[in-house]
Design a protein around this ligand. Structure first.
Ligand SMILES: [Mg+2]
Length: 366
């Protein structure tokens, strides 16, 4: 299968509420849509990938992604992309887009999508050939940092739509964070919580918040990236103080070397968060998840602020890990949906595995 064309365009979709976390604010998705065409027995098959930027969480901006793809194209166009020669495929993209994980992930997903469509299979089956499809995955819903009243209103609104697990963004103001958690917990009786501080706390602050939540009887499923990735040993310190709540490394786990370091620690964290653009591709994220699972860590699968395209691909990844902590909600935070297909969602329950490739298409203009 020969790569004939690569086309990158802006994927800018407005959000209903600003997405505010401890380190960033997004009003419109700062993303790139990558389309490729593979030629297969004289027939052209199209594939789509999302390059979800979220500066400063990602170093790349859309402009970087455009420039990286433009500079890699002369090396890639006309080349053959064929599974099962996945290692050769990974290394070809890796060489061409070494320091551009967002661009690499978008291009890789577009190629894998086209390849699996040409071979009449779902993209999840390409990752795990013996997997039984479809698979059901249960996702949380994220509450970004907003005024308390709006966060409570959103929690009630999402509970009415079937979501029971809330990933609450914290890390900017300890007292305000605790007030929100207690208030949401009192208004949504069966709520379960995942905290994500995006590096915003010291270990002492993180433990203070988590223990205060537990004393109030809140159900904490995990605490994601409580402290700065530069603060070596901080996540492990939080984990050592939280016996029954897994600490999940997100910003601290980008590469194989990061996972090596986390696994070598005396107080291992409880899990890692996989994201396609953070690891530079679906294949890379899957390989990290397989290794983490083998080592007894939990796997969370999330994304940046992504549309149905990125989230459906992430859902295929999540489907590979039984017991996954799925965080696949961001398409619902957008003011409109430029795509159709992909996962089928009924509230928090997503069905993954229908269709070919990741199953997502650009919505026809109405
Ligand atoms: Mg996170």
């Amino acid at each position: 299968m020969l790569l004939r064309t690569v086309f990158a365009s802006r994927l800018a979709v407005p959000l209903v509420d600003p997405f505010v976390i401890a380190t960033a604010r997004v009003d419109v998705t700062p993303s790139v849509l990558v389309r490729v065409e593979l030629e297969h027995d004289g027939v052209i098959v199209e594939g789509l990938g999302e390059g979800a930027c979220l500066p400063p969480v990602t170093r790349e901006t859309p402009e970087h992604v455009f420039a990286s793809i433009a500079s890699a194209c002369p090396e890639l166009l006309g080349k053959s992309f064929d599974a099962p020669n996945i290692e050769a495929f990974r290394s070809l993209l890796g060489d061409a887009l070494m320091d551009a994980p967002v661009a690499r992930a978008a291009l890789q997903v577009a190629l894998l999508d086209a390849w699996s469509r040409a071979n009449h299979m779902h993209i999840a089956r390409m990752l795990q050939p013996n997997m039984a499809l479809p698979v059901e995955v249960v996702s949380d819903m994220t509450l970004p940092i907003l005024p308390l009243e709006r966060m409570v209103e959103l929690a009630l609104q999402w509970r009415a739509k079937g979501f029971r697990t809330f990933k609450v963004k914290v890390g900017k103001d300890l007292d305000a964070d605790l007030r929100v958690l207690i208030e949401v917990g009192s208004k949504v009786q069966d709520a379960r919580f995942r905290l994500d501080a995006n590096e915003g706390y010291s270990p002492r602050e993180a433990l203070h918040l988590a223990n205060a939540c537990l004393r109030k009887g809140l159900v904490l499923e995990c605490f994601e990236q409580p402290c700065a990735r530069a603060d070596e040993g901080a996540l492990e310190e939080v984990q050592a103080g939280l016996a029954h709540v897994p600490v999940i490394a997100d910003e601290s786990c980008r590469t194989e070397a990061d996972l090596d370091r986390l696994l070598a620690s005396k107080h291992r964290v409880g899990g890692i968060n996989l994201k396609l653009v953070k690891h530079g591709g679906l294949l890379e994220a899957h390989a990290l998840g397989v290794r983490a699972t083998r080592e007894g860590l939990r796997v969370m699968v999330g994304g940046m602020v992504e549309t149905r395209l990125g989230m459906s691909t992430a859902a295929a990844l999540a489907a590979c890990f039984p017991g996954v902590l799925a965080d696949l909600d961001t398409a619902w935070l957008l003011a409109h949906d430029p795509f159709t297909g992909g996962y089928e969602a009924d509230g928090e329950r997503y069905t993954v595995g229908h269709g070919m490739g990741h199953g997502v298409q650009v919505r026809a203009a109405s």
